[in-house]
Design a protein around this ligand. Structure first.
Ligand code: AMP
Length: 430
């Protein structure tokens, strides 16, 4: 199936970047329903092409309304994302296609001057990509005309919920034209005072019951789309988990980087202090490394992301808040220096590699103290995720509890192990 067969307009087809040739699964599934005006609840992994799955229908609807009654200056689509970095990435994806179509995109995020953003709004942006806090501020100050908004997109909704943004989202929605609904539950939250239809497209990589419940308050008879199995890791990622002493992680990381000579590596760690200290150690050892965390100012964060993107930095040690802004198709490896306390975050971290159909590797260094996190990830992803050891780093720490309690091996894990035996891979458990 081609983009043309998805009924995209000739102007939009012409504006597509040359690298975008064939629709991805989520695009095939979401674009026809979104173009038909349907509300959508989509489960889509990062790296699956989800931005264009909602981006192309939004652009087409605006492109086709140009020249009609709509005031070109007014906002017609609002895309809410959890982090500034993701806002940057999503706006860039939009701008690339919107510019030749004469459609303006504005990005509204905290950490940058509001005056500049007001200017962008006044210049006439039909698409706004925003993080919840700044958007709500602007709405409360009545600086944004929302009367023409036809589409609301919630991108990475699970992350919006995890980061505590849901009350802001519900408040933001009260500023938008209401959706058409006969459902009493929907009208409870959003009275139909204007009668204008609003389409809501919600995209999420994971779907916990709480999110599903909240999502349904915003959506009207949504079409449920799943481009992958819920909470799963894309099949092109090979996952390797190694048990190491807590105190050996820095050395093990250094050894992995030296032995494998990856062109680039994205290293995750939960605490920002540790991100800095690990980066320092690697720098001292001669690696081209940078740390990225929420404590750095916005300018520095953007510069670091750009340097990693342009391959000026080879190793990036990042905390989770910023992970979503990292979109590098050919990133060969993601390394977890610790397991995240929240299991869906593991799926997101791992989703930074193997993007747009490429193969990728995700390595996790796990200490005995992380048994609970590992069990939660195994349960969420329904995978055995067998722990191995590295011969170079024998484990001498004692387990706090019965760590060896492993779930039965799944078929996929058996296949992976068989493949690893054939290809050599890392040394076998000692
Ligand atoms: P996303 O999941 O939206 O973050 O997209 C991940 C990456 O896939 C981005 O770099 C996109 O430019 C790329 N991409 C999106 N759609 C396609 C497509 N149909 N063909 C090839 N690459 C794509």
């Amino acid at each position: 199936m081609t983009f043309k067969q998805l009924n995209l307009s000739p102007a939009l087809l012409n504006a597509l970047p040359k690298s975008i040739i064939k629709p991805t699964d989520i695009q095939l599934l979401a674009i026809p329903d979104a173009l038909a005006g349907q509300d959508i609840l989509a489960l889509a992994q990062t790296g699956s092409g989800k931005t264009l799955a909602f981006g192309l229908p939004v652009l087409q609807q605006i492109e086709q309304s140009i020249g009609k009654s709509t005031d070109k200056k007014n906002v017609q689509a609002l895309v809410i994302v959890p982090t500034r970095e993701l806002a940057q990435q999503v706006s860039e994806a939009f701008i690339q296609i919107a510019t030749p179509l004469n459609i303006n995109v504005a990005m509204l995020c905290g950490g940058v001057s509001q005056a500049l953003q007001e200017q962008q709004i006044n210049d006439g942006a039909q698409i706004i990509v925003a993080t919840p806090g700044r958007l709500l501020d602007l709405l409360k100050q009545e600086l944004l005309n929302t009367s023409e908004i036809k589409t609301l997109v919630l991108d990475e909704a699970d992350r919006l919920l995890d980061m505590g943004f849901w009350p802001d989202i519900e408040r933001i929605v009260t500023f938008l034209p209401a959706k058409l609904s006969n459902e009493p539950s929907a009208s409870l939250a959003f009275p139909l005072e204007t009668g204008k239809p609003r389409q809501t497209l919600l995209f999420s990589a994971t779907l916990a019951p709480k999110l599903e419940r909240l999502a349904h308050r915003l959506l009207t008879n949504p079409k449920r789309i799943e481009a992958h199995v819920a909470n799963s890791v894309v099949s092109t990622v090979e996952e390797q988990l190694y048990l190491v002493n807590k105190g050996s992680k820095a050395k093990a990381l250094q050894w992995l980087l030296t032995t494998n000579k990856w062109s680039q590596a994205l290293v995750f760690i939960s605490a920002r202090d540790s991100a800095d200290s690990f980066a320092k150690k690697l720098k001292k050892a001669g690696f081209n490394v940078a740390a990225l965390h929420g404590e750095k100012d916005q300018k520095e964060r953007q510069q670091t992301l750009q340097d990693f993107h342009n391959n000026k930095v080879n190793i990036l040690i990042a905390t989770d808040v910023l992970a979503r802004g990292i979109d590098i198709d050919s990133l060969p490896v993601v390394i977890n220096l610790d397991l995240p306390a929240n299991a869906p975050v593991y799926v997101h971290r791992v989703g930074r590699t193997a993007r747009a159909g490429n193969n990728g590797l995700a390595i996790s260094l796990v200490s005995h103290g992380e048994t609970k996190e590992l069990e939660a990830i195994r349960e969420l992803t329904n995978r055995a995720l067998e722990l191995k050891t590295l011969e170079e780093f024998p484990v001498t720490d004692k387990p706090a509890s019965a760590e060896s309690k492993r779930p039965p091996r799944d078929k996929k894990a058996n296949r992976r192990t068989a493949k690893k035996k054939k290809s050599g891979g890392f040394k076998k458990p000692s």
